[in-house]
Ligand binder design. Sequence first.
Ligand SMILES: *Cc1c(COP(=O)(O)O)cnc(C)c1O
Length: 371
Amino acid sequence: MRPLVAHIDLDALRHNYRLACEAAPDSRAVAVIKADAYGHGALACARALSRAAKPAPAFAVACLEEAVALREGSVKAPIMLLEGIFEAAELEQVDALGLWLAVHSQWQVDALLAFAPRAPITVWLKVDSGMHRLGFPPPLVPAVWSRLAAAKEHVTQLHLMSHFATADSADERYLQEQMRCLQALAEQLQAPSCLANSPATLGWPVTHGAWNRPGVMLYGSDPLEVPNALSRRLEPVMTLRSRIIAVRELDAGEPVGYGGRWRASRPSRIGVVACGYGDGYDRHARDGTPVLVDGRRAPLAGKVSMDMLTVDITDHPVADIGSEVVLWGRADNGAVLSVDEVARYCDTISYTLLTGVLPRVPRRYHGAFCE
Ligand SMILES: *Cc1c(COP(=O)(O)O)cnc(C)c1O
């Protein structure tokens, strides 16, 4: 069997969820598990978080299809559709499956008020407080709010929802601007709010509302540009692990891989690892991108291929065919290589690396209650 496996530590996931709760003790946390729980397996993650000492009271996904898959897997908790419906016909299933609905556009309000649900629907009215992506412009919000609040047959439990553009940054000016707009609305409407993503949950208590929406932090990625005492306690959930399948001995001056991008500056040993961009490992990884070989850092050497990548193991004389290679996550000896650090070498963010692990990489689940 090919040795590449994405190991998923469900105990670490529960630990990170508890950290989100600890960071915001007066809020409840909707666990964001869109995009197959950022590549970790939405069903397994939802089940693990449902069976925690303090179970997640709700989940959030991007679309109806993702919510249906969770219900089919017997996930019973409320599930929020972060972008609401994409067409009016979806309201049938929103009602039947007891989903929570974000409402960001006038056509969604009209569709909701033209639909007769069996039970009134929990609604999250999305305000565009500065992200300028989804949501109502603030001056329109009070009128939309009143209309929804008056529609008792259609709507129960109305909340304000918004999203931050810069919560990961140490520069708080734009976040404060968004907060001023949101606080004014929440006060005027006496509305419970749901604003905080992962960086706001960990870094900006002023944003904490009745509900928060942590996502990437649940998977152990530090969302803050400048880590803080809480974010440093995050545990990696995914370990992308493989092995060395061949070793080459090179003379100084010899190149490695496509285009010969890397060249040996000294007599070198190159470990060939079973993992490539056909598995989702980023082809933009630069020479020097760290991996862990038997729990010790070694640098990528040469361009990533579809099924393989190459690592300079000259300084790892014991490493050989069969040696463990961790692309990110935790090695057998306990050493950690954070997906955030790997992302920096690839000019990207942890989100794309985690969601990018392709289906051909088997997921293996570990921890209490894993099936
Ligand atoms: C994805 C998403 C989140 C979670 O964001 P993280 O940065 O992963 O914590 C929260 N809210 C909305 C609307 C989202 O789309």
